[in-house]
Design a protein around this ligand. Structure first.
Ligand SMILES: [Zn+2]
Length: 192
């Protein structure tokens, strides 16, 4: 017999991102050594916001604290409430995805700066890396991380075929007037 208790947590809740287990960091086969990339699913936050509508309810199993999300009394998913960002012990550096593996040490020796390849501790303190301009473009970043695609008359659709790839004018448009590192980080945080 399962002991379920209905929870009333308002109209939206933060659920732990399943993809990165609440860490905000993705580390796959391509991310070797001590490198992690910002998680695509939550854009580094470690959670997703679930909006609860009228016919949605949350029930918690009192034994194991698992929470069931129901729609019209049918369980639609199991969610885990997000309490805080989880940490990992196999990461020293964090970057935004570039579509291939580049070692952090190599990047730092070859033109990337400390704002693009950030220390993991900096990320845990709320810092965000800036995308590596030499290896990615705003369209790619918005396709990977954004809720809306960045529009920049990129007719070709694929960044790798774009004539403007790597141009400052694209980044200027993407950052929309943000000048300082902090302002740019805010633009990135707000992608999703
Ligand atoms: Zn995630």
């Amino acid at each position: 017999m399962i002991n379920l208790k209905e929870l009333n947590l308002g109209t939206s809740i933060k659920c732990t991102c399943e993809q990165c287990k609440g860490t905000g960091i993705y580390k796959g086969f391509a991310e070797k050594d001590n490198l992690g990339v910002i998680c695509h699913h939550c854009n580094g936050k470690g959670y997703q916001v679930l909006n609860l509508e009228n016919d949605h309810k949350l029930y918690q199993n009192e034994e194991d604290l698992i929470i069931y999300h129901t729609k019209q009394n049918i369980i639609s998913k199991v969610v885990h409430l997000f309490t805080k960002k989880q940490t990992r012990d196999d990461i020293d550096y964090v970057i935004y995805e570039v579509g291939r593996y580049l070692s952090p040490t190599w990047l730092l020796e070859n033109g990337a700066d400390e704002y693009q390849v950030i220390r993991y501790q900096n990320f845990l303190n709320g810092g965000y890396p800036l995308p590596l301009k030499d290896y990615t473009c705003p369209l790619h970043i918005s396709q990977c991380y954004g809720e809306e695609e960045f529009y920049n008359d990129c007719d070709l659709g694929l960044p790798s075929q774009c004539q403007k790839y790597g141009e400052d004018e694209c980044w200027d448009k993407f950052y929309n007037g943000a000048i300082t590192i902090k302002e740019k980080q805010l633009v990135l945080k707000n992608l999703k």
